[in-house]
Design a protein around this ligand. Sequence first.
Ligand SMILES: Cc1cc2nc3c(=O)[nH]c(=O)nc-3n(C[C@H](O)[C@H](O)[C@H](O)COP(=O)(O)OP(=O)(O)OC[C@H]3O[C@@H](n4cnc5c(N)ncnc54)[C@H](O)[C@@H]3O)c2cc1C
Length: 416
Amino acid sequence: MERTTCCVVGGGPAGMVLGLLLARTGVEVTVLEKHGDFLRDFRGDTVHPSTLRLLDDLGLADRFAALPQRHVHSIQLPIGRGGELFTVGEIGSLPGKYNYVAMVPQWDLLDLLADEANREPTFQLRTNTEVTSFLMERGRVTGVRYRDRTSGSTGELRATLTVACDGRGSLARDLPELGLQEFACPMDVWWFRLPRAEGDPQGLVGNVGERFLTAMIDRGDYWQCAALIPKGADATCRAEGLDRFLAAFTEATPWIRRGPDREPGPRSWDEVKLLNVRMDRLRRWHRPGLLCIGDAAHAMSPVFGIGINLAVEDAVAAARYLAGPLREGTVGLADVRAVQRRRWPTTVATQGLQRIAHARVIGPLLQGRSPVAGGEPLRLAQVLTKAPWLKRAPAYFLAYGAGRERPPAESLRSSG
Ligand SMILES: Cc1cc2nc3c(=O)[nH]c(=O)nc-3n(C[C@H](O)[C@H](O)[C@H](O)COP(=O)(O)OP(=O)(O)OC[C@H]3O[C@@H](n4cnc5c(N)ncnc54)[C@H](O)[C@@H]3O)c2cc1C
């Protein structure tokens, strides 16, 4: 029978950070990841100051800085009259060296974490290994059943604690006692690439078009473009034709006409991927033998691009609360409860702000209405820019959430 102390289901940002931190504290940890590597479709690029500071604390600042990246110093929403962008998070105004959002492909970050974790003797990453169900004994989760996707063989891995980091489609969500609470979202997202050209702006660029909003992420030689469309409108919008959409996109982003030698964008709808936007959270993130963190516990809206960082911060809190009890073999319900209690305020507050942005800004804009016309979001944004300390409050929240999470002392390393 296979056994480990902590079985982590899923090697995304939450699972890899948890695996690395626990392994550095001497806990035996096995991460099961269903894919063969981290090189997948676009999954978001935003690494916020909380994660940058964590990487520094872990001695990984130099290796992270060597990855190709762009820096963004403010976060904007289209809440001005007519949808002009308004700065809601002036992260550049925060003190300290990490006062920006680094735009880094997620697979580069995950490769770095995996490489570092693999140096620890108590760490194991098993790729191509899909967890198919939980092992249960007398109401307690005691590990997982898995299938090796290369050989087709199946097996069981027993663990003192199983942590579900398997994203918004988590197996744990089938457990009715955890209670999934869903929130309506007014939008879905189309993702596609557009080549960059000489003279283009840099970083993160947003705009408002006819029944869509855009966010364009600078990835060196191309733009990773997001177009927010009304929820459920994918089929209708596609039926109107790709040329019509691209013409409207260019209309909303006139500077892309400036590159005469720019290669064309998507040539068929196959190159435009749909993200079904969901926002939800589990009422309870645990049961005996099991804890859920990251998207498994709470799927976030793409507003503020904060999903990766909340997942990472959940993992940091989990490692801090659980490393000692796991090592000593005393981990119990009180420990996993403490993780949820710690992370709940940031999760609820962030989703609350996202719901306000959905209802007051994104929903109206996608329906072709002016979101503000002198309304509350604009007034609030104007108040927030009046005093420097007020300006810093939303920036601090976007950068660090409701409170900074500190990794376990044994996981810290100096850089270089
Ligand atoms: C298109 C897109 C764009 C996004 N853009 C951004 C952005 O710009 N900024 C941002 O902060 N967030 C963004 N997000 C959200 C962000 O990717 C997630 O919030 C974040 O990745 C959550 O991390 P996680 O580790 O909890 O889950 P995930 O990243 O979803 O990782 C889950 C992992 O578990 C694995 N897995 C799933 N099921 C199993 C199983 N049964 N057995 C074994 N392994 C399993 C998966 O393969 C995956 O590797 C985006 C998401 C998408 C889909």
